[in-house]
Each structure stands twice: as structure tokens, then as C-alpha cells.
Design a protein. Sequence first.
Length: 266
Amino acid sequence: MPYFRTQDDCSLYYETYGFDSSGPVVVFLNGTMLTTVYWKPHANALEDRFRVLLYDARAQGKSDLGERGLSLEGHVEDFGRLLDHVGVEKAHLVGLSHGAQVALAYAAHSPGRVDRLVLCSISAAPSSRAKLIVRSWLEILESSGLEAMVWVALPIAFGESFLQQKERGLDAVVKGIVTRNRREALATQLEAMMAYPPVSQIARDIRAPCLVISGSDDPIVTEEGARKLAELCNGSHEHIAGVGHSIPAETPELFSKTVMRFLNTT
């Protein structure tokens, strides 16, 4: 399994698809509690036309938490060095939720290295509900443990249609998320997220073509907040009916088609 070591000796896990070709590069960036496993269907769908990079950021999945603490700026630095490590000069970035914040911040920090930007399930500014949700996850994680927190997060992360379809398999979904996360690392990540700089402040520095995608059943990101972010980035916005916060998992075919259409726009 490929790992990259940062300057402070933190080990980051990554995967590559289609890197034996010369096609453009697409990088998928994880949401909170997610790992490279989440993106594999999309990597498989794109690898015939693109080189695809997946990775677990600090405190996610198979990557270390590290010693220096977590911050948005630290994630941006890690990501840039990872691109250097795998020999990528410029890439399309597709980020979900927390991964969208990292993608946005990296695009503002290193505009010459980003072709196009897809930001999924992210708002120009967090609502009071969104901030309370993150705080409540942290409180439940610390008081009742990882599995309890995942069960509480499930109806927030997924829309009604998906939950109905997967009702009999939700135990397996929770087990998979619990297996791929660590309590201390997730708690550290949630604490750090509450101190991230405002998305609206970062968005004003975006120069790459940008697409913001939101779901109608998302209790964390409002349609208005997603549309405002698209305006700040001088980008476009697509609002998908009947899905929640985890759009790539809830409607994978539509998500892949939407991303492909945007990346292939001249």
C-alpha cells in the first residue's frame, strides 16, 4: 500500500488509478468520517479518461493523526506535498464537505495547480444548525463513543430515499464507518473544523472554474448557502432533488455524470 511521509513524519495513505496514462488528473477529497473506500466507484468510472488520485488526510482512515495538530492550512500543505510526491503539477479537485473545504483552500493557495473545482455539500457560511451538529457529534463521541456518534450522524449524512433503500443494511453501514475511523483522530478533526476560517473569505480568491453541488434533503447545507458560494467563486450551482449530504453515495451515477460533464466543458 502506498504511503507518503510529510516533513513532520506523518504517514498519509493514498491510491492511484490510471496513472500509466497521460490523461488529466482528478483528485477526490474525503468528507468527515470518510476514506478512500468511499470514492472507489467513482475512481473506477473515471480511470479510462483520467488519472485518479485518492487519499486519506491526516486523522482519516489509514493515515496518521500526526503530532502537530490539525488545521485547514496544515491540510493544504499536506495536499500540495502529496501532489509533488506523485508528480502531479495540475489537477481537477472534487471535494465533499470537509474535503470540499480543503479543495477550496488549496485552490486559493495554489491557483496555478488547479484546473477545475467541484465542491459538493458545502455552504458559503455554516448555519447555526450545522455548527450545532458538529458540536453535538463531538459531545456524543466523547461521552458515548464512536458507534453511538455514527448512528446519530446517519440521518444527517443521508437523505430519506437512501435511508429507506438501505434500511436493512444500516448496521453494516455503521460497522464499516466505525471500522475505518478512530475515536481520538475523529475527535481531533471535529475540534479543528470548528476553528476553520470562513469559507466565504476563502472563496473570493478562487480563479478556477467551479461547480457547487447541493442536495435538497441536506440539513447541513442549504440551497441558498450553496448558491451563495457558487456566486462568490464566480462558478455555477446544481441543486439535486431527493438527496442529502452524501450526494456521491446516494446518487452515484448522476454525480459521476454531473462531474464528467463539468470537467469536459471547454
